[in-house]
Design a protein around this ligand. Sequence first.
Ligand code: SAH
Length: 236
Amino acid sequence: MTHRFIVPGDALSGERVRFGPEQARQMSTVLRLGAGARVLALAQGEEVEVRLDEIGPTGAVGTIVARRPAAAEPRVELTLALPILRGARSEEIVEAATQLGVARFVPLLSARSVARALPEARRARWARIAREAAETAHRAGAPGIDAARSWPELFDALPAPVYVAWEEQREPRLLVALEPGCERLSLVVGPEGGLTEAEVALARERGATIVSLGRRTLRAETAAIAAVAQIMAALD
Ligand code: SAH
């Protein structure tokens, strides 16, 4: 299998591709690649075949051999507002939801969240997990991780239509509420302690559709991953 590396758009110039020091280190010490080896660079929706010319401590440089549109980028742009959960549970969501096709994550601090902040080190860890998961899934770009937002701030940040999964809601099911052919949408999932009536009321006021994921109450990470899978199955 050809090794895949997601690079920023400006890493490509003319026939040349540049890789950063972290990727160069992975090429040389983990994968034991040398000059002449072939890798795939994924940048802004494109899949670029590269022959490596030089791998050093400050980065690697290669020459473009072929390029084509990447086949695995979703046709639908999904933003996921995910709760900052205890332990590594949010990280589980970032990993699985990135593989399933989420375009952007908005970390969420709500009334019943246990976490009170998203420290920069943890946000950076989410970004790294997202990049690795995007590479695993053969995507051509890693989802961005926004700064954390409170519940009222959330609705300014999310592209419409916005669906909020609420454990107390019976109708409609998410799958029924989705608009066929929709190209852009947002999904909100609550924390361990669930969402409050006041939060749901504010979401309604801001135009969100409140949906059910079924008759069983799911843990936040199960709810998020299952909902993203449903959206991708329906719209991508
Ligand atoms: N502690 C709460 C459950 C929270 S579940 C209780 O015991 O009632 C965490 C989050 O997952 C919820 O806020 C909601 O966003 C989502 N969720 C879980 N099950 C769901 C369901 N059946 N329908 C819609 N959302 C659900």
